[in-house]
Every structure is written in structure tokens, then in C-alpha cells.
Ligand binder design. Structure first.
Ligand code: SF4
Length: 444
């Protein structure tokens, strides 16, 4: 079967045969990366019978990343699915591959039992054995304020990253300001609506108490991220910079350089970044979301109005003078350039635009990473088909070749790179780092 024309946006149904054809065509990409992107793109369905026993459940650490609202998930599924899965073996002899869980009961990818073993199938064909992440021992504790660690300082990426969403809302509010792909405010409302304890603004005391247990009991977590929504006015009497700075200073004062500290915030001027660097933060993620200027204006209306796309880009580059180029890692939302109604009308056009941005940043030593766009139901973009798998193959190819062209170092703070090693679970960008390709004969 000929692969679709890249000057269109055809979406062939996912089958094992189609994955094989892509694996034969994209010999420079690990098969693990292709399968991972397809699972992220389409989400996962679950047989309730596999959701028993002990494992780390999905903590909803910032967004839902689900294809259906919580209220439409069955009783046996809601809050029972694991944070991630790790697939291995099967017809492609997959190396262990960690993938974030995005609930979609309609997905052709399903987790169920096969001869008593938890397995992943695609349209009933088994793709490999599956493990769920272990729940850290320190999850058993409760803070003095009565909170569980998974609510205060959850871990993701198979326990590697401590994710501190210290402000669970965003002051960009409503369709005129919220980023069109982002469900942070909708996630908060859904969690509260389901009766979950879901703290809007976390206290430094709670965070330090949980970090104390991690410090004493955990050897897997290596990195923490401080993040949350944008603050356009003030929050608890503080500006955005001062609000987030308080957490960085508290953590690094108590546990200096115990973990690699990162912040994900808006793009700030150098003088606003210096106090973070001085506090001990090492990596800065000023996420630019989408490269095309017109799409940035349409998809990130709040950021466009309050900061502006050109200023945002300039500040990313200037941040290298504070953190060093390799430690400025802005995210973009892979695939949102194809979103309806304003996105590009072909895979080629979308990847060409994004590659222009990759080349610009990488020529300055800045390595953008990406997360795979998940069309979440309550966002401005809403539920829609999303990008085809071949878009992600082309994107990974473009990302990898640009990264190699500039001979850039492995992005710090993501663990080991390459297939079978990568733990970054919301895209396959780390899975392709260092991959040397394979010959078609190896697939025979
Ligand atoms: S700035 Fe945009 S992406 Fe970030 S939390 Fe707010 S709405 Fe979401």
C-alpha cells in the first residue's frame, strides 16, 4: 500500500500492517517512537479487569490529556487508569517504551488480558506485554494538612520527574485568552466536580514535607518542575515572577541541588530570570507552543496580547545568557499546527513551518521539545480528529535531523535517551535521540 500524499491530511486507520509500512519507510526512526506517537495520538481504552492491584494511578498532574471528560468515563475506569504504561515485545520486538495514558474508550489501542498477561492490542492484535508504573513507597504518607503526596508532588516519567503544579489554574480565562489547546482550567473544574481534593494553590509547607520523604526514601526521582498557569494580575499579593520564585527559593534553600530544578513559566526578561538562576533553578521552559506567527496569535490569544509572539521568541533566545543555551528548553504542542479551523491544510506545510522554528532555535543552541497535542473536549479547539500519524513521523524526522545538523547535546533533565531508555512519556522526542537507524533487512 502506498503511503498517503503528504500534501494532504489523510488519516489512514491504525493497523499493525500500517505500522509495519511506516516502519519500513522511516528507517531512521525507532519503531518504538512510531508506536508511541500513535498511542499518544489516539489514546488508550482499558478492560476494567486489568485495573486491579497496586500501581501508580494517573494523578492528573496539570491537564487531563484525556479524549473524554471524566464524567463520561466508566466507574471502573475513572481515576483507576495508570499514569503511564510500559510496552515491550510483540510482533515488533519493542524495547521497553514508556507512554503516557490518555483515556479514550473508542481507541483501537486497548489494554487487556492476553493469556493472563496484561497486554496492549491494536484492533485485537497483540502488540506487546504491558507494565504499569510502581507506586512510590512514600505515597503512603499523609501531610500534616491531610494531603496525599500524589496531590502535592506527584511523580511522572516512571518516577523520574517530580511535577509541582503549584497553581492549578490560569489567569488567561475564557476563549478570548486561554490557549486554544489547553484544559488547565477545565481540568481543575472537572477534578473539583468529581469531588477530588485538588488544591488550587499549593503551600510551600506541603511541598517541602513531601520532598522530605522523597529525599529520604526515593532514588528514582532526579528532577523537579515548578509550574502552573499564567498570572496576569497578582496572586496572593504577588506578581507572577515573585509567586513562582517563592517556591524555587524554598525548595533550593532546604534541599540545595538535591534534584535538577526546572521552571515552566511564561517568557520573561533576563532580569526576571536571574533570581531563579541564583536560587538554584537550572532549566527554563518558556513554552512557545506553535511557531507560525498567525497561529500563535489565534491559538495563544492571551500570550499574544500580554507579551506578543516576537517578544516571546526574543526572550527565549536571551534566556540563554542566564541559563546557558542547552538549559533553555521551550515546548511546542506537536500537531496543533494542523488543528481546525485555522491550521495548515497539509502535513508538508505544517512540518515545514515547525521545522523553520526548530532551525531558528537550534541554530542558537536552544533545543525545543514537544508534547503530542491531545484534542481535549472542553478546550477552544475541542474534540477533533487530530493530526495523522505520518505527521508525527515527519516531525520526529525533522526534529532529529535538525538536532543532529547542529550537533547539539542531549537535552538535560530527561534521563537517558534512545529507544528502550527514554522515560519522557508525552512525546517520542527522547526516543529518537542517538538512534542510528536500521536497514530494511532487519525488518524482514
Ligand atoms: S498560558 Fe496557555 S498553555 Fe499555559 S496554562 Fe495558561 S492557557 Fe494553558
Amino acid at each position: 500500500m502506498a503511503l498517503p500524499d503528504l500534501n494532504s491530511i489523510e488519516r489512514p486507520g491504525s493497523t499493525v500492517r500500517y505500522l509495519s509500512e511506516l516502519a519500513e519507510h522511516y528507517l531512521d526512526l525507532p519503531i518504538e517512537a512510531i508506536v508511541k506517537q500513535d498511542i499518544l495520538r489516539l489514546g488508550l481504552a482499558f478492560d476494567e479487569q486489568v485495573l486491579a492491584g497496586s500501581y501508580k494511578a494517573k494523578d492528573y498532574f496539570i491537564f487531563t490529556f484525556d479524549h473524554v471528560p471524566l464524567k463520561n468515563q466508566g466507574e471502573g475506569i475513572r481515576f483507576r487508569v495508570p499514569e503511564e504504561i510500559r510496552i515491550e515485545g510483540g510482533p515488533f520486538a519493542l524495547l521497553p517504551t514508556v507512554v503516557s495514558v490518555r483515556v479514550n474508550p473508542q481507541s483501537p489501542y486497548k489494554i487487556g488480558l492476553n493469556h493472563g498477561q496484561v497486554s496492549l492490542s491494536l484492533n485485537e492484535e497483540v502488540l506487546g506485554e504491558v507494565r504499569f508504573p510502581p507506586e512510590p513507597a512514600w505515597y503512603r504518607h499523609t501531610t500534616a494538612s491531610g494531603k496525599k503526596p500524589g496531590e502535592v508532588a506527584p511523580v511522572i516519567e516512571w518516577g523520574y520527574l517530580i511535577y509541582l503544579t503549584v497553581f492549578r489554574n490560569c489567569q488567561y480565562f475564557g476563549k478570548e485568552e486561554e490557549c486554544a489547546f489547553c484544559d488547565i482550567n477545565h481540568n481543575y473544574r472537572q477534578q473539583k466536580g468529581e469531588g477530588r481534593p485538588y488544591t488550587g494553590v499549593k503551600s510551600t509547607e506541603d511541598i517541602l514535607e513531601v520532598l522530605q520523604w522523597i529525599d529520604q526514601e526515593d532514588t528514582t526521582a532526579q528532577v523537579y518542575t515548578i509550574t502552573g498557569g499564567s498570572i496576569t494580575d497578582q496572586l496572593r499579593g504577588k506578581t507572577e515572577r515573585d509567586f513562582y520564585l517563592e517556591y524555587a527559593r524554598a525548595i533550593e534553600a532546604r534541599f540545595p541541588r538535591r534534584w535538577l530544578g526546572k521552571i515552566v513559566t511564561q517568557a520573561w526578561e533576563k532580569e526576571d530570570l536571574l533570581p531563579f538562576k541564583e536560587a538554584g533553578i537550572q532549566i527554563y521552559h518558556p513554552n512557545y507552543e506553535v511557531w507560525d506567527a498567525d497561529l500563535f496569535r489565534r491559538l495563544c490569544p492571551g500570550k499574544e496580547r500580554f507579551i506578543g509572539r516576537d517578544t516571546w521568541v526574543r526572550r527565549i533566545v536571551e534566556a540563554t545568557e542566564v541559563f546557558g543555551a542547552s538549559h533553555v528548553i521551550p515546548n511546542f504542542v506537536g500537531g496543533v499546527e494542523l488543528s481546525e479551523p485555522h491550521g495548515f491544510s497539509s502535513i508538508n506545510a505544517a512540518v515545514a513551518s515547525t521545522t523553520e522554528g526548530l532551525d531558528f532555535f537550534m541554530s542558537h543552541g536552544v533545543v525545543p521539545r514537544f508534547t503530542a497535542w491531545c484534542p481535549e473536549p472542553y478546550t477552544t479547539l475541542g474534540t477533533q480528529a487530530g493530526p495523522p500519524l505520518q505527521y508525527f513521523c515527519e516531525l520526529l524526522r525533522a526534529w532529529k535531523s535538525t538536532f543532529e545538523k547542529y550537533k547539539l547535546p542531549v537535552p538535560p533533565g530527561y534521563g537517558s535517551p534512545g529507544p528502550g531508555q527514554a522515560v519522557f512519556s508525552v512525546s517520542a522526542f527522547m526516543d529518537v535521540v542517538g538512534y542510528r537507524g536500521r536497514s530494511a533487512a532487519m525488518l524482514a
